[in-house]
Design a protein around this ligand. Structure first.
Ligand SMILES: [Zn+2]
Length: 427
């Protein structure tokens, strides 16, 4: 019987309104006891001294690209989950734009089987349409029986209103959430960065923020009409937030996420043509960024998600217009939030943990998001004042396309514990 005791840490669990020193005893993968002081139970009990550390329910990322199967040169299930563990995540959901696409039972089984040996829990997201072609629905019902929590054509966006209608109506039967990558592709076209002053100045084709808001408006109507949950991935514009805020007032079942890069950077960063600031949706104006920041604070934006999107350096380091969209984020998300939101007093620990653990669990029906007795022992132990510089060498994921490269961030993960096992950190 394995026992682990976490002592002297500050436990932060918004699900229980907890924000003070507690010791935590873990037994057989479960939080057995939570108390002001627990002494070592037996000689075999391992002890972690969490003095000056923050102890939170394990972080959950609902938007990761593990690139496995098919693009293992960029990332695979083991390298991606190692990056997740280092970033403090104990559960991740991975997107289906692999090769082959995760649009059927065998693909979903492949991810569940391979990830059963990975350090953190992985839930594959099933595709909405076969091969992400936006023409015909995937095997959604059978994938639901395999245990998926959500469907998405992330990277693509279904343009056909009738196919979307069918998907939204159909998933009501299975208790699934539809995750939308909102992009009207006729409007985004071959755009490279946000349409505006900077795109004109750099001579690059622009993507109007309207491309996102158009689909957000459509999907809010569908969600309302069928009373089905739709979750908007990586929301990026002020207009989309207005639409979501209004929909929430009407109790429409829509939720949304934001990435650290959209919260922290704006389109100005593209002036150097650095491909590590090129992603979809593109970084917006400062006005968009400010709207994201205040909506993240007031809860209009429910959760933080990384959209961890690994690409090889030789793919990124090409002519800007040929470089693929996307940046990695699993290893920097928490530190970025501590550096730019906690340390600047824009947000409290309770608020941050709610958006990085409690809400993701709640929205997608995942285990975790709690430190209470009886909860699975998924726990992150954070040194909030540890400093580190993001370099290619200290990222453990296979790809290094981070917009935070060469920046000094504050906050390091000391231990990640998944199912009661230490999967990152040395005792
Ligand atoms: Zn996407």
């Amino acid at each position: 019987m394995s026992k682990l005791l976490i002592k002297n840490g500050k436990a932060v669990d918004p699900s229980a309104g907890m924000n003070k020193n507690f010791d935590i005893l873990i037994e057989n993968g479960i939080i057995k006891k939570l108390s002001k002081s627990i002494s070592r139970i037996s000689k075999t009990t391992k002890v972690i001294d969490a003095k000056n550390c923050i102890v939170t329910p394990g972080l959950i990322d609902v938007h990761t690209h593990l690139r496995d199967p098919g693009y293992e040169d960029k990332e695979d299930i083991f390298s991606g989950t190692a990056a997740a563990a280092k970033g403090g995540f104990t559960t991740i959901m991975c997107m289906p734009n692999t090769d082959p696409v995760l649009d059927n039972v065998s693909g979903i089984r492949y991810v569940f089987d391979k990830s059963s040996k990975a350090p953190v829990k992985v839930f594959p997201v099933g595709a909405i349409s076969k091969k992400l072609e936006g023409k015909e629905l995937a095997e959604i019902g059978r994938m639901a029986q395999e245990g998926i929590k959500a469907i998405s054509d992330d990277g693509q966006c279904i343009q056909s209103s009738i196919l979307m209608r069918n998907a939204v109506e159909y998933i009501k039967m299975f208790n699934l959430v539809l995750i939308e990558h909102a992009e009207d592709t006729a409007l985004s076209g071959d755009g490279q960065i946000n349409e505006g002053y900077i795109s004109t100045k750099l001579g690059l084709p622009g993507i109007p923020s309207l491309s996102e808001s158009f689909i957000v408006a459509r999907d809010i109507l569908l969600s309302e009409y069928f009373d089905t949950p739709i979750h908007f991935a990586h929301i990026s514009s002020r207009k989309s937030l207005e639409l979501i805020k209004n929909a929430k007032k009407r109790k429409v079942k829509v939720t949304c996420e934001v990435t650290p890069h959209h919260l922290i950077f704006n389109e100005e960063y593209l002036q150097t043509f650095d491909p590590n600031f090129k992603m979809k949706p593109p970084l917006g104006s400062e006005s968009d960024r400010k709207a994201l920041e205040s909506s993240f604070k007031d809860g209009t934006i429910d959760i933080l998600a990384t959209d961890h999107a690994p690409h090889r350096i030789d793919e990124k380091e090409r002519e800007f217009s040929l470089a693929p969209f996307g940046v990695v984020g699993l290893e920097t998300a928490l530190s970025a939030m501590i550096s730019f939101f906690i340390n600047t007093k824009k947000m409290t620990w309770l608020e941050l943990v709610e958006r990085m653990s409690v809400k993701p669990a709640e929205i997608f029906g995942l285990e975790g998001g709690s430190l209470l007795e009886g909860a699975p022992a998924d726990i992150t132990i954070i040194n909030p004042s540890g400093k580190w510089v993001v370099t290619e060498d200290n990222l453990v994921g296979k790809s290094k396309n981070s917009p935070f490269l060469n920046m000094e961030l504050t906050g390091t993960v000391k231990f990640t514990i998944a199912n009661g096992q230490v999967v990152y950190g040395q005792i």
